[in-house]
Write a protein that binds this ligand. Structure first.
Ligand code: DTR
Length: 340
């Protein structure tokens, strides 16, 4: 009887251990949070979801990414601080929302004549790789990319530079200075605040890449699209340093290997999406595409050129070898621009 009792106790204990062991996954995945400011269907968030899928696949389930689009974890202007402080492990930032903070990489906000997001994204990523600028020393940069070139989307037609005079147009960073030099009245704000400002009439238009016509449905309110093919907006995807240091070497390698690939993927996605968005906007809202006259285009180049000199002065004062950086970006532009 006693032996039977001991046997029964052992059996129960064994079953309990087995149940416990089965309930623990072989190795628990680490979940990382990723904050992004604009709505889910815009390009910074589309690239975020693609990055998440690739990371989860390539780390074979070791890493899970919890994404937070639409400023649900951190907003446009506090993502940089929030990631440094560990409120999110990863965040996507638009450099133009932080004037003066990125003296070297802000070169990409200048009117340098990039005509595609792909070429600008690759140039930006390689610029970062070459200089590893100290402006990013408090975070780990995972990838970078740039928007497509910026154009004016407005409620009233802008057929010439004269039409732009005094018009309130939304932009950010050096792109606001570009508008200023063209005679507009720039109103600086993150993209996430733009829909409301357009609705309320605080601004009469915006200066950004054309894919927002569809992704924010701006084509409904801004029926006039003036091609300026002006500067792009640079972005960085950053990680908290403590999070980065806690990752295993194989995971770090996956993330490192993905950096350039992700920049190129995002550029390609963006360039194709701009075309789709323009087609959609023409069909749905009959938008008008306006081209500036050659003399206005020449005037634009003349008026915006001093911004490059201003950037040289400002960045040199912060220890940047401005001339070398500009030459480097020019050489990448020549390498990656689609031949026309
Ligand atoms: N206009 C720039 C960049 C940008 C272009 N498309 C989107 C979509 C969502 C957010 C930002 C952007 C900017 O505001 O940063």
């Amino acid at each position: 009887m006693r032996i039977f009792c001991i046997f029964r106790c052992c059996l129960v204990a064994l079953v309990m251990v087995a149940i416990f062991a089965l309930s623990i996954p072989a190795s628990a995945a680490t979940t990382l949070s990723y904050a992004n400011f604009p709505p889910a269907k815009t390009f910074p968030c589309v690239q975020m979801e693609r990055w998440k899928t690739e990371v989860e696949k390539r780390t074979a389930g070791k890493i899970k990414i919890q994404t937070y689009p639409g400023s649900t974890l951190l907003g446009a202007k506090n993502t940089l601080r929030g990631v440094m402080a560990g409120q999110a492990d990863i965040g996507c930032i638009s450099l133009a929302y932080h004037p003066g903070v990125f003296p070297l990489c802000s070169v990409m906000e200048l009117p340098l004549g990039f005509t595609s997001s792909t070429s600008a994204s690759l140039a930006l990523w390689e610029l970062f790789q070459k200089y590893n600028p100290k402006e990013f020393k408090r975070v780990k940069v995972l990838t970078m990319f740039a928007s497509a070139p910026s154009n004016i989307m407005s409620k009233v037609p802008v057929r010439s530079l004269a039409d732009l005079k005094g018009l309130e147009v939304r932009a950010s960073g050096i792109l606001s200075s570009i508008l200023d030099s063209l005679g507009a009245t720039p109103v600086s704000m993150p993209m996430s605040e733009t829909p409301e400002s357009l609705q309320k009439g605080v601004v009469k238009g915006l200066f950004s890449s054309f894919e927002v016509l569809k992704d924010f449905n701006f084509a409904e309110i801004c029926r006039y699209e003036t091609e300026t093919n002006a500067a792009v907006y640079p972005f960085a995807v950053i990680m908290n340093l403590r999070t980065w240091n806690s990752l295993s070497d194989d995971v770090k390698k996956v993330l490192t290997d993905l950096g350039r690939e992700q920049a190129e993927w995002t550029g390609n996605y963006m360039d194709k999406h701009v075309e789709e968005a323009l087609k959609w906007s023409k069909e749905k809202y009959g938008i008008e595409i306006i081209k500036l006259s050659e003399s206005d285009q020449a005037e634009m180049s003349k008026r915006t050129a001093p911004l490059i000199e201003d950037w040289k002065k400002i960045s040199s004062a912060k220890g940047v070898d401005a001339e070398a950086v500009l030459n480097f970006v020019e050489s990448k532009k020549t390498k990656y621009e689609p031949s026309r």
